[in-house]
Design a binder for this molecule. Sequence first.
Ligand code: ADP
Length: 273
Amino acid sequence: MHDPIQSIETNNAATDGAAADQPIVRIRGLRKSYGSLDVLKGIDLDVRRGEKVSIIGPSGSGKTTLLRCINRIEKPSGGHVYVDGQLIGEKLVGDRYIDMEDRELARLRAGMGMVFQRFNLFPHLTALQNITIGPMKVLRTPATEAEAAALALLEKVGLANKRDAYPEMLSGGQQQRVAIARALAMRPKVMLFDEATSALDPELVGEVLSVMKQLASEGMTMIIVTHEMKFSEEISDRVIFMDHGTVVEQGSPEEIFRTPSHLRTQTFLRAVL
Ligand code: ADP
């Protein structure tokens, strides 16, 4: 039987020889503008396999846009993103970059699990069906196999007893945990979290953070946009502070939260801590 949890770990481990020490995510010169508004002004960032990187910064600094450009929900205005050595959304033909076909992009996007602020579950599907639909449609996983994997994932996020519940019957925290299970079902190489807890009532935040912590302890590569500074400090290998579309500074949680070197980081942290 196909073991989804084993697969996640295998997928995420450094299994492909020469590529093992390459960054799993490589971002070069990433830019995004909306009209005359330059939201990302040339971001360079490498994320190692298994690394937990959190991105903090003031509202409007471009954090969400960065995540959306990584998995190409938004098309960048410039620069390139590679995941596991593979260029995302474009191909190099001669010396020109051309857009990749939608089907190929969908396949690559499946390798990046995205968890949104709003849970984005399909309202007309049960928890189980929300999890199986991606593997069945995109990965062509047979239904029985997809279901077994989905059940194991529901178990993992503590919701095995909610398999037949529709999203409206679930609390926000439960919906978000199903959303995490749904992303994991695609056996992603990296998980992207976009303020995954900021739409939740305070008493429901903990259950989602604890699932994220468990995932981190299992070696998943995670890029986490968050306002939860304590969580960020606890979970991250590296913290990135963004402001006005640039990476202002980055370092260990200790460096960023205790001894930030930039005035902008200091000012931001004074306001939020
Ligand atoms: P953050 O996540 O740090 O709060 P965002 O990436 O959401 O920042 O937004 C950065 C800036 O880009 C903001 O000024 C926002 O208004 C603008 N922006 C984001 N998406 C769009 C869009 N689709 N059209 C126009 N402006 C946008």
